[in-house]
Design a protein around this ligand. Structure first.
Ligand SMILES: [Zn+2]
Length: 327
């Protein structure tokens, strides 16, 4: 396969820019087997503040990476220790349960479709009510089979190839997946236009470029990764969702409910961060897991017609016939 990095001239989250160089970081070799280089540049958008890998791996390279049969069998954590993907995924059960508890009361009562884009083994989706049509979109064949084994409807394909599902689309899940898309702005726009008014969106696991650990450790922040292509700030996510008519219900900073969070881990992390800050020793060790390293967002698309009180019934009917999908 041809190896190449692509330089995007504009921000891949807000579409604007300019992009300002921040620093370079090195990625472990097992993440860059299909790339010429293991050194990458992080730039920040002058308009929305989103940090992003740029130049970045092409879509073909990203697809090659995420469809590997062995990707989830040979995964390593930032300390280089082997991790069992499925065990690690199951260890997120408490975090996912928290999202499911928050989502379920707000789901549109009339039913509809729940789309999980980059569903992995389908754990998050399996926690949501089965009165909805639960569709796991997962390009990796190994993970797609795991989702099938849970009894979920599975589309073993790339989210970019999906046609509009039969309405109503009640919930969109980007669970630990939005930053893996080459063009998160385009994929978000397309699916948010299909989301039913009153429908929900969960975006979880976004890397927070303004977190304490990212600020202190800079290039050695543990979560920089050539295929974690965008790291939007909290405000950038809120503005992006608002531009599609979505209001935030909750912002999460998952730590204690993740496989990385515990009291001993917190104490160890405080020691490592203090040392890095006091000694300006930014190269000794990778940054620790720390509260605020990642953030998650639950939002709801506004009920657009609830404010149109001046219209009479016939006008409301014609409003409702307007197409909700703009592609
Ligand atoms: Zn931007």
């Amino acid at each position: 396969m041809e190896v190449q990095l692509i330089h995007s001239p504009a921000c891949r989250f807000c579409g604007k820019g300019p992009l300002h160089f921040q620093f370079t970081f090195s990625a472990p070799r097992e993440l860059t087997r299909n790339l010429d280089s293991d050194t990458f540049i992080i730039s920040a958008c002058g308009s929305c503040g989103t940090f992003q890998v740029n130049p970045h791996p092409s879509e073909a390279l990203a697809r090659d990476f995420f469809s590997r049969a062995d990707l989830y069998l040979e995964a390593k954590d930032p300390e280089g220790r082997g991790v069992d993907y499925l065990e690690r995924s199951e260890a997120r059960l408490e975090e996912y349960r928290e999202y499911a508890r928050a989502i379920t009361p707000f789901l549109p009562p009339k039913g509809g479709t729940i789309l999980d884009l980059g569903a992995g083994s389908g754990l998050m989706l399996s926690l949501l009510p089965d009165k909805y049509r639960r569709v796991a979109v997962e390009p990796n064949a190994f993970l797609a089979q795991k989702a099938k084994d849970r009894g979920l409807a599975v589309v073993n394909d790339w989210a970019e190839n999906l046609k509009q599902p039969d309405p109503p689309l009640a919930l969109l899940l980007f669970n630990q997946s939005l930053d893996h898309f080459i063009r998160p702005d385009l994929i978000l726009g397309r699916f948010l236009n299909w989301l039913e008014p009153g429908g929900l969106i969960l975006i979880s696991g976004l890397i927070n470029p303004l977190s304490l650990a990212a600020r202190i450790c800079g290039p050695n922040f543990r979560l920089w990764h050539p295929y974690h292509q965008i790291c939007p700030t909290r405000d950038a996510v809120i503005r992006k969702l608002a531009s599609y008519g979505c209001e935030i219900l909750s912002v999460y900073r998952p730590y204690f409910k993740t496989p990385f969070g515990s009291l001993p881990s917190l104490l160890k992390g405080a020691y490592v961060l203090s040392k890095a800050w006091l000694l300006k020793n930014r190269r000794a060790v990778p940054s620790p897991p720390w509260p605020g390293n990642v953030q998650s967002f639950l939002a709801r698309k506004k009920l657009l017609f609830s404010k149109v009180r001046a219209l009479d019934e016939s006008e409301l009917q014609s409003e409702k016939r307007l197409p909700t999908a703009a592609g």
